[in-house]
Design a protein around this ligand. Structure first.
Ligand code: TYM
Length: 333
């Protein structure tokens, strides 16, 4: 069976962008792949986090993984910092990655430009090698993510090519991963500025719907989503980014395709469309929220995470030993 790996940062509560771009894909993929779903808390600390809050968000994300339908009898669910191979492999990757490659990463350019470069953590620059480490440690074949991670996957593939040719002696030491981005919904935009990606760290909370937003808040945020003045429901991301984004969200939360939705609402105004979209989101998120609340402080959740960490360590340590041996670290094992 082939392997998939993906991770989400516990830097806040996931948004419906994270759900549509990444989490929703996980549910089907766990059926046909050996699956690793990670809560990447070491990635979250590239920007300052409040310790208690980080811990709470980490548990909450784990509970959400289960609440959306990830099944611990099929998938391995674990916390990155509980598997020390990630940090160690991350260092090896850093030492085999050029500074120029990291400085070109658009996420680094965006975040460091906003915060002023001298004042950002070095981890913000060296974060992609940690992501490379996450992926290669499980010899992953496929990585389901949103469109914003594409560049990091290209870096991973370049690293695998380089590492194998430099140290492999003709052997494929590390598996070459493929990226998997959903056809529609790979980049869900902010509800307040549809030219900007929806993000859990947006200071304008009206820009995103968190997976734990109350139903009344969800309805309100959809109602106040920015559209345009034409009042015509059609899919045209370039000229009508607001309504096109809402159509992509609607299609992801139901079984309707975008053309079916356009046809269904051809005689309706934005008001009715938004009302029914709000209901569609609530009807999916409400049961997830109830399950999340049941799980968050349960023993069951801790046991699942303990077991996940043990299984992940077993696999990750094997790859790490292979990497250490290949590059001459320590004594041969
Ligand atoms: P993060 O935590 O920012 O986002 C988690 C996942 O959600 C996707 N995503 C979106 N998809 C569609 N529309 C959006 N507006 C949107 N916002 C976020 C992201 O593409 C991602 O798939 N570096 C990663 C986490 C990570 C990882 C990994 C992922 C660390 N190691 C290894 C895959 C494999 C990140 O910051 O995701």
């Amino acid at each position: 069976m082939e392997t998939i790996f993906s991770g989400i940062q516990p830097s806040g509560t996931p948004t419906i962008g994270n759900y549509i771009g990444a989490m929703k894909q996980f549910i089907d993929l766990q059926e046909s792949y050996t699956s690793y779903f990670c809560i990447v808390d070491e990635h979250a600390i590239t920007v300052q986090q409040e310790p208690l809050k980080l811990r709470q968000q980490t548990k909450s994300l784990a509970a959400l993984y289960l609440a959306i339908g990830l099944d611990p009898s099929k998938a391995i669910i674990f916390i990155q910092s509980e598997v020390s191979a990630h940090a160690e492999a991350g260092w090896i990757v850093q030492c085999n990655t050029n500074l120029g490659e990291l400085e070109r990463m658009t996420q680094f350019k965006d975040k460091s430009a906003k915060n002023n470069r001298a004042g950002v953590s070095a981890g913000l620059l060296t974060y992609p090698p940690l992501m490379v480490a996450d992926i290669i440690l499980y010899q992953s074949n496929l990585v389901p993510v949103g469109a914003d991670q594409k560049q990091h996957l290209e870096l991973t593939r370049d690293f695998v090519t380089r590492f194998n040719s430099k140290y492999g002696n003709g052997n494929q030491l590390l598996t070459m991963p493929e990226v998997k981005i959903p056809e529609s919904g790979g980049r869900i935009m902010s509800l307040q500025d549809p030219l900007k990606k929806m993000s859990k760290s947006d200071t304008n909370k009206k820009g995103f719907i968190s997976m734990l937003d109350e139903p009344s808040v969800i309805r309100k945020k959809i109602k106040s989503a920015v559209t345009d003045s034409s009042g015509i429901i059609e899919y045209d991301p370039e000229n009508k980014p607001g309504i096109s984004n809402l159509l992509a969200i609607y299609a992801s939360f139901t079984n309707f395709s975008i053309p079916e939705l356009v046809d269904r609402y051809k005689d309706s105004g934005y008001g009715q469309f938004k009302e029914e979209l709000g209901e569609a989101i609530v009807s999916v998120l409400e049961p997830i929220q109830l399950k999340h609340d049941e799980l968050i402080n349960s023993n069951e959740l801790d046991l699942i995470l303990d077991e996940g960490a043990i299984k992940a360590r077993n696999v990750a340590d094997k790859t790490l030993i292979k990497m250490r041996n290949a590059i001459g670290l320590g004594r041969k094992r």
